[in-house]
Design a protein around this ligand. Structure first.
Ligand code: ADP
Ligand code: MG
Length: 270
């Protein structure tokens, strides 16, 4: 495997997402500069970096949630399994089914636990047995045993940690290939957070996972590849996020190629 510190990685694993020259603008003000990045299949990729370096915005481009922000403009290209994600021929609903998003604040529907899973399946015309799908999805996230006797209870009654697991179950019920997770453990207590980390380590056997995290130890513990985003000033004094370095996690933490990465991962202030 070879990789370049400029950000583009040439990986021997199949590529799921290929990000080429991605720049992002809000109100015509550039906020993310020229990201090149390839995401390998069935690996866990962590995005780390200071606040405002563009991690969440880049993540949102991967399932076109950025379409929902009218003042936002994206340039460059993102290929999902070789197809341009921004090609108008894509049905955006289909993209979001295949590339699901988990937010930092769990957002179950204010419906029963059962319906949280069944709703999306019905809307997408799921042809199989929905009871079985509900059970399978909840089993995948290790929630089944604790909720199987109360599937009709409102999901909002679950703990925050359980709600986050339910949101993952809801996403995987749609048979995605990729899960995007924006700071998924930041609102969880230590115990729920380590349960979720364990779950993510298992889920990467079936799905490609991309997560942003403020927790460097978490990135070092569970990710296979790490992308470190930094910020720089443009000539008018606005802060712009960019990809500083992208490498296998152990290399990025132990032998970073860039002085900036070295300072960040060793805890010295940027
Ligand atoms: P991170 O996730 O790394 O903290 P973000 O992706 O949230 O960074 O933000 C990247 C940049 O985009 C920041 O400069 C931020 O101020 C800007 N930004 C994010 N959301 C908006 C918005 N709705 N309007 C204008 N600028 C925004
Ligand atoms: Mg963020």
């Amino acid at each position: 495997m070879t990789y370049s510190t400029a950000g583009s990685a040439t990986l021997s694993l199949p590529t799921v997402l290929d990000v080429q020259e991605l720049s992002i603008y809000y109100h015509n003000q550039q906020v993310v500069d020229t990201v090149n990045l390839t995401i390998p299949e069935k690996q866990l990729v962590a995005f780390i970096g200071p606040s405002g370096s563009g991690k969440s915005t880049v993540l949102r481009c991967f399932n076109r949630l950025t379409d929902l922000i009218p003042q936002l403009r994206v340039t460059g290209r993102i290929f999902y399994r070789g197809k341009d994600l921004y090609d108008p021929q894509w049905d955006v609903t289909s993209i979001r089914r295949q590339i699901g998003m988990i937010f930092q604040q769990p957002n179950p529907f204010p419906k029963s636990i059962y319906d949280n899973i069944a709703f999306g399946a019905r809307v997408n015309g799921y042809a199989g047995n929905i009871d079985e799908l509900v059970e399978w999805s909840l089993q995948q996230v290790h929630l089944w045993d604790s909720v199987k006797d109360r599937l009709s209870v409102n999901a909002m009654a679950l703990t925050i940690g359980q709600q986050q697991h339910l949101c993952i179950a809801r996403a995987i019920a749609l048979d995605p290939a990729v899960l995007l997770l924006d700071n998924p453990t930041v609102n969880l207590d230590t115990c729920s957070s380590s349960h979720l980390e364990e779950l993510l380590s298992q889920l990467k056997k079936r799905y490609t996972l991309i997560m942003t995290t403020h927790n460097l130890r978490q990135a070092a513990r569970i990710s296979d590849y790490t992308a470190f985003f930094g910020t720089k000033m443009n000539t008018s004094g606005h802060s712009i996020g960019y990809l500083v370095e992208y490498a296998p996690t152990s290399l990025l933490f132990q032998r970073p190629q860039q002085a900036l990465t070295q300072r960040y991962v060793t805890g010295r202030v940027l």
